[in-house]
Design a protein. Structure first.
Ligand code: SAH
Ligand code: SF4
Length: 457
C-alpha cells in the first residue's frame, strides 16, 4: 500500500514538473513515506531523518517532508524530534501534496496537515509506476476491523471502497500500456463494495477484471479469513486470470489468542477455509502472517501455532514479533511477553517454515510452469527472471541455440531494471525480448527463495 502511495506521490509531483532523482545531493525535496505497523518501522523514520538532516545543512533550501502512517499519527512528535522537517502530511492528504509543498518551500514555519477522514478518493492523478509489467491497484482504503494489535484503522481511517468503474478504467489503461499483471490492494479485499452505490462484491469485481484484454494475471492482498467466501473460491477456480495464490493471515493457531486479537474467526473456521481451498483449487499456493508473543501467549498457545503451520504447510509465511502500538487495545493487555521469548519463538517458527518451503519447492523440480518474464535476473545477469502463477520467483536460461538471441536482446531488459531502480515512468513492457511474455519453463533446481529453470520451447 505504501509503495502504491509513493507511486501516486511521484506521479502527482511529476505533473507539477518535479522529477525523480536517485542523488540526494541534487534533490530539492526529500519525501519519506512512512510505515508504523511495528515499532521498528517507526524507529527507522527517525534514523533516516537524522541522515537526511546533513543534506539540509549543505542545502538550506532543501524541503524535507514526512508522509504516510507515522505522519498521520505522530505529526507532533516528528516536528519535536526533528525540527528541521518542513512538512508533515497524513495518509489522506496525498492529493494536497503539490500545494503543501509550495507552502512549505515559501514559508519559514513547518507545515502540518492531517485529515482524519478522506476528502476524496485520489482519482485522475497520474501514477509513476516502477515496473512496466506488474502494477499495484488500490481498490479500497482504510479498515474497520480493529484487530486489537493493529494501528491501521488509526493511521488509514475508515474503510472506503473505490468505484468499480474507476478501478476497471485504471486497469484498462494499464493494459494499453503493456502491463500484464495487477495486484489489487486493500486491508480486507473481501469486504470490497460495501457501502458503494454499485452494490458490487469482490468476486464480482474479479470477474469484470478477468474480462480486460491484455491483462494476464490478477492477484490480491489481503484477505481477512472471516470474510473469505465460497463465492470467492469459485471465482479463483473458474476465472483463468485469477492466480491460484492466496495470502490468508492466520495470526495464531490458538483460539484464546485469536479471540484476544479480535479476529472474529476460530481455528476451526480457518482450517475449514484452508481445506476447501486446497480441495477446490489444484496447486493452490498459500501464505500467511503470524504474530508471535502476543500478550498472554503461553507455551500451549504457541504450540497451537506450530501445529497449524505443520498441518497446513504454507508455501511461505510472514513472521512478526508482537509490537505494542499506540492506541491499540493489545498494547495495554496484561501478560506482555518478554523480547527474548518472542525472539526464541520467532526463530522456532522460522526454522520450521524453512523446512516446509524447501520441501514444497523441491516438489516442483522437473515440473513445467508458466513464467511471466520480468526481465534480467538481478543476481545472475545471464539469466532471466519471472514468477509462476503461484508467485514463486524463477531464474531461468533459454536453451542452447536461442542463447545468442537472448544475449543480444536482454540489454534492453538490463536498461529496464536500471530504470526501475531510479523510478522511471517509462513502460518497457514488450520492449525487451521475452520481457512481459508468458513462457513455459522446466524447473531444474529449487531453493528457499527462488527456483532455477530452463525455457522448454
Ligand atoms: N490488513 C491485513 C494486514 C495488514 S498489516 C490483514 O488483516 O491481513 C500486515 C501484518 O502485520 C498483519 O497481518 C500482522 O501479522 C502484522 N502486524 C500488524 N500489527 C502488528 C503488531 N502490532 N505487531 C506485530 N505484527 C503486526
Ligand atoms: Fe489491521 Fe486487522 Fe485491519 Fe488487517 S484487518 S489492517 S490486521 S485491523
Amino acid at each position: 500500500m505504501n509503495k502504491y502511495d509513493s507511486e501516486k506521490m511521484a506521479g502527482m509531483l511529476r505533473k507539477y514538473n518535479y522529477s525523480l532523482t536517485p542523488d540526494l545531493n541534487s534533490a530539492d525535496v526529500v519525501l519519506l513515506n512512512t510505515c508504523s505497523i511495528r515499532e521498528k518501522a517507526e524507529q527507522k523514520v527517525f534514523s533516516k531523518l537524522g541522515r537526511i538532516k546533513k543534506y539540509k545543512v549543505k542545502n538550506p533550501n532543501l524541503v524535507i517532508g514526512v508522509g504516510g502512517c507515522v505522519g498521520q499519527i505522530s505529526s507532533k512528535a516528528i516536528l519535536k524530534r526533528a525540527p528541521y522537517v518542513d512538512l508533515v502530511f497524513g495518509t489522506l492528504n496525498i492529493h494536497r501534496l503539490p500545494s503543501l509543498l509550495e507552502t512549505a518551500s515559501k514559508g519559514n514555519a513547518a507545515v502540518s496537515e492531517i485529515f482524519s477522514e478522506a476528502e476524496q478518493y485520489l482519482e485522475d492523478y497520474p501514477i509513476s509506476r516502477k515496473s512496466g509489467i506488474q502494477a499495484w491497484v488500490s481498490i479500497m482504503h482504510g479498515c474497520n476491523n480493529y484487530c486489537s494489535y493493529c494501528v491501521v484503522p488509526y493511521t488509514r481511517g475508515r474503510e472506503i471502497s473505490r468505484k468499480c468503474n474507476d478501478i476497471l478504467n485504471e486497469i484498462k489503461v494499464l493494459s494499453q500500456h503493456g502491463y500484464k499483471e495487477v495486484t489489487l490492494l486493500g486491508q480486507n479485499v473481501n469486504s470490497y463494495g460495501k457501502g458503494t452505490e454499485e452494490g458490487i462484491t469482490f468476486p464480482g469485481l474479479l470477474e469484470k477484471i478477468n474480462e480486460i484484454p491484455g491483462i494476464e494475471r490478477i492477484r490480491f492482498v489481503t484477505s481477512h479469513p472471516k470474510d473469505f467466501s465460497k463465492e470467492l473460491i469459485r471465482v479463483i477456480k473458474n476465472f483463468d486470470k485469477v492466480c491460484e495464490q492466496i495470502h490468508l493471515p492466520a495470526q495464531s493457531g490458538s483460539n484464546k489468542i485469536l479471540s484476544l486479537m479480535n479476529r472474529k474467526y476460530s481455528l476451526k473456521d480457518y482450517m475449514e477455509k484452508i481445506n476447501t481451498l486446497k480441495s477446490s483449487i489444484s496447486g493452490v499456493a498459500l501464505s500467511t502472517d503470524i504474530i508471535v508473543g502476543f500478550p498472554g501467549e503461553t507455551k500451549q498457545d504457541f504450540q497451537a501455532t506450530i501445529d497449524l503451520i505443520t498441518k497446513i504447510e504454507f508455501d511461505s509465511i510472514f513472521l512478526f514479533n508482537f509490537s505494542p502500538r499506540p492506541e491499540t487495545v493489545a498494547a495495554k493487555l496484561p501478560g506482555q511477553v518478554n523480547e527474548k521469548i518472542k525472539q526464541k519463538r520467532f526463530n522456532t517458527l522460522l526454522d520450521l517454515q524453512k523446512g516446509i518451503t524447501l520441501k514444497l519447492n523441491k516438489r516442483l523440480e522437473g515440473k513445467n510452469v508458466d513464467i511471466l518474464v520480468e526481465g534480467k535476473s538481478k543476481t545472475n545477469l545471464d539469466k532471466l527472471t519471472g514468477r509462476t502463477r503461484t508467485n514463486k520467483i524463477v531464474n531461468f536460461t533459454v536453451r542452447a541455440g536461442t542463447a545468442a538471441k537472448l544475449k543480444l536482446n536482454t540489454s534492453a531488459d538490463g536498461d529496464e531494471i536500471f530504470q526501475k531502480e531510479i523510478g522511471s515512468e517509462v513502460s518497457n513492457a514488450g520492449k525487451g525480448y521475452l520481457t512481459g511474455k508468458i513462457v513455459p519453463v522446466k524447473i531444474v533446481r529449487s531453493g528457499l527463495y527462488s527456483l532455477d529453470g530452463q525455457v522448454i520451447n
